[in-house]
Design a protein around this ligand. Structure first.
Ligand SMILES: [Zn+2]
Length: 79
């Protein structure tokens, strides 16, 4: 995998970048340019943990996402 800095990835319009350096939890993985977690593995683990801890919020968020998506697709279809 190509080693690239966050700034370079951002300049190239990439979503992920890779430093080759293990994150604070020891994952050698890509990191999200826009992410909050140290790496994509941590980010996924954080999301899983959050969903488990907040099932109601997760369901509400998923419902809102589906509605937004439906509205967007409907808008594209009529455009
Ligand atoms: Zn990690």
């Amino acid at each position: 995998m190509e080693i690239i800095s966050r700034a370079d990835a951002k300049a190239r319009g990439l979503h992920n970048y890779f430093t080759g350096v293990p994150c604070k939890n020891g994952h050698v993985a890509e990191r999200y340019v826009a992410g909050t977690g140290p790496c994509v593995v941590c980010d996924a683990e954080n999301q899983t943990r959050y969903k488990k801890a907040n099932p109601d919020k997760t369901r509400a968020w998923q419902r809102a996402y589906r509605e937004r998506r439906k509205a967007k697709l409907a808008g594209e279809a009529s455009a």
